[in-house]
Design a protein around this ligand. Structure first.
Ligand SMILES: [Zn+2]
Ligand SMILES: [Zn+2]
Ligand SMILES: [Zn+2]
Length: 161
């Protein structure tokens, strides 16, 4: 996590921003809650534990800055709340989300399921795709009582022509 913080620091420096103690506390909270999808208020409450003097406005500004610098993605799952999601390093693709309408859980799919769709968009609409957002709304495996991962394909069915 230290190294990751250093690299984010360099990213800010490259754009002539300093990693002030308030910004650092905000980044640390995002790193510690990488799997979560925190709202600005969530981040604020967690940052306050590290830096009690910090104000909500400062946290907001820091999150906007980190969004602009593409350190985080600002996402909205349709409930009117902006959430902040740390971008995976070295990835130019925003991961996909599975939002459960029963329990509110948010799961992530890192693999890009849309590369073929992007090709169609580029070809048929002459639109140069840079990225896309994909959120599925439905019922998660926990609410379903099923296991998370799809069954491996039966190897006996493969390889036999
Ligand atoms: Zn996410
Ligand atoms: Zn659920
Ligand atoms: Zn994708």
């Amino acid at each position: 996590m230290e190294n990751r913080l250093e690299r984010i620091k360099k990213q800010l420096h490259a754009q002539s921003y300093k990693l002030t103690p308030q910004r650092e506390a905000t980044v640390m909270v995002l790193l510690e809650h990488e799997e979560d999808h925190l709202s600005a208020e969530d981040v604020y409450l967690l940052v306050k534990e590290k830096a009690p003097e910090i104000g909500l406005a400062t946290v907001y500004r820091t999150l906007e800055l980190l969004t602009e610098l593409k350190v985080v993605d600002k996402i909205n799952f349709g409930d009117g709340v902006s959430r902040f999601d740390l971008r995976k390093e070295g990835v130019n693709h925003s991961h996909h989300h599975l939002v459960c309408i029963e329990c509110g859980a948010v799961d992530e799919i890192q693999e890009d399921l849309l590369s073929e769709v992007e090709k169609i968009v580029e070809k048929d609409f002459h639109f140069k795709v840079k990225d896309h957002r994909l959120t599925f709304h439905g019922i998660c495996h926990r609410c379903h009582g099923q296991s998370a991962v799809k069954e491996e394909a039966d190897p006996s069915l493969a390889g036999n022509i």
